[in-house]
Design a binder for this molecule. Structure first.
Ligand code: NAD
Ligand code: MG
Length: 335
């Protein structure tokens, strides 16, 4: 089992005389900046002059400057910009202001692992990656708890990189929930694999294909939507709370028998092979290259796929159904 680090095993010593620059004030940025600030650490926020977040961060009691100014002022620089913008901002505004002995930090390993950012040898490079969206990182902190996080050290120029990473995750509240150690490679590859074959890609394809089969077979799209999409949440909640065991226990014997016998025929050896192929393309850098090139030409494929997805009958029917379920329309907490 992995070693889990908790709050009482960590201190703020490695960060207490340092200035931390949080680059970006989006989902993760606002949560890291506010939590670290309220933990008593020295925080500045780096943004574009034109950013609408500038006033927001100031209203939250934080000191805001341009990315270049913040990089210059800071000892520890946490890059919480969108992954696809990080390399260009790094080379134009951060790298020229990096000093030997500074630390460069990330919440996801993509840019370092795939060499989109190649930091100088004389700085520390670490990861502090909460396993949850920014607004939960923020909300749980204010409730006196936190979300679990991963840390990793890619480059340890000062000999203190791990201690700095631990003080950092303490400051965002993650040590209250438990911190796990990983590597940039492991975090990046498993994160991409999970989102491609299981979480985002796998589930959406499973839902769409099952929906299409029922509709093509002549069933009402509304029935198909409820059976193949709406109820996914109820099942996933049971798995999240108590594992597969709780889910199998809660459904009927008919569902349990049918699910256990038919599931492996649907997600079968061919699917397993497709998963291995996806993993190989992640490990050998092909997926990263494809995605980076796609970004360089302003995401034409992504935008086309988004358009097509929006027009899918599942989405059209689902939108109508959800509009008629009052509590589904309330705004998602996005503090
Ligand atoms: P986001 O899109 O919510 O926020 C990005 C911020 O960067 C915004 O404030 C935006 O204004 C700013 N920004 C964009 N371009 C900029 C530029 N050129 N100069 C200055 N500022 C600029 O991003 P996010 O979801 O918080 O992701 C940040 C990092 O955290 C990524 O590495 C991501 O992989 C990682 N991460 C995100 C989550 C999550 O739940 N969102 C979870 C774990 C890790
Ligand atoms: Mg992820």
């Amino acid at each position: 089992m992995a070693n889990i680090i908790y709050d009482n095993e960590t201190t703020f010593d490695a960060l207490k005389d340092k200035t931390i620059a949080i680059m970006g004030y989006g989902s993760q940025g606002h949560a890291h900046a506010r939590n670290l600030h309220e933990s008593g650490l020295n925080v500045v926020v780096g943004l574009r002059k034109s950013s609408s977040s500038w006033a927001k961060a100031e209203n939250d009691g934080l000191k805001v400057m341009t990315v270049a100014e913040a990089a210059k002022a800071a000892d520890v620089i946490m890059v919480l910009l969108p992954d696809e913008n990080q390399a260009s901002v790094y080379y134009s505004e951060i790298a020229p202001n990096l000093e030997a002995g500074n630390a460069l930090a990330f919440a996801h390993g993509f840019n370092i692992h795939y060499s989109q950012i190649v930091p100088p040898k004389d700085v520390d490079v670490f990861m502090a990656a909460p396993k949850g969206p920014g607004h939960i990182v923020r909300r749980t902190y204010t409730e006196g708890i936190g979300v679990p996080a991963l840390i990793a050290v890619y480059q340890d120029a000062t000999g203190n990189a791990r201690d700095i990473a631990l003080s950092y995750v303490k400051g965002i509240g993650a040590t209250r929930a438990g911190v796990y150690e990983t590597t940039f490679r492991e975090e990046t590859e498993t994160d991409l694999f999970g989102e491609q074959v299981d979480l985002c890609g796998g589930i959406s394809s499973l839902i769409k294909t099952a929906f299409e089969v029922l509709v093509e077979a002549g069933y009402q799209p509304e029935m198909a939507y409820f059976e193949t999409c709406h109820e996914v949440k109820l099942i996933v909640d049971l798995i999240y709370e108590g594992g597969l065991e709780r889910m199998w226990h809660s459904v009927s014997n008919t569902a349990e028998y049918g699910g256990m016998t038919v599931g492996p025929r649907v997600i079968n050896e061919e699917s397993r092979e497709a998963m291995y192929e996806a993993l190989e393309r992640i490990q050998n850098g092909e997926f990263a290259k494809e995605f980076v090139l796609e970004g360089m030409v302003n995401h034409p494929v992504l935008k086309a796929m988004e358009r097509q997805e929006k027009e899918h009958q599942l989405e059209v029917v689902g939108k109508q159904i959800r509009a008629n379920i009052p509590w589904l329309n309330k705004k998602i907490d996005d503090d």
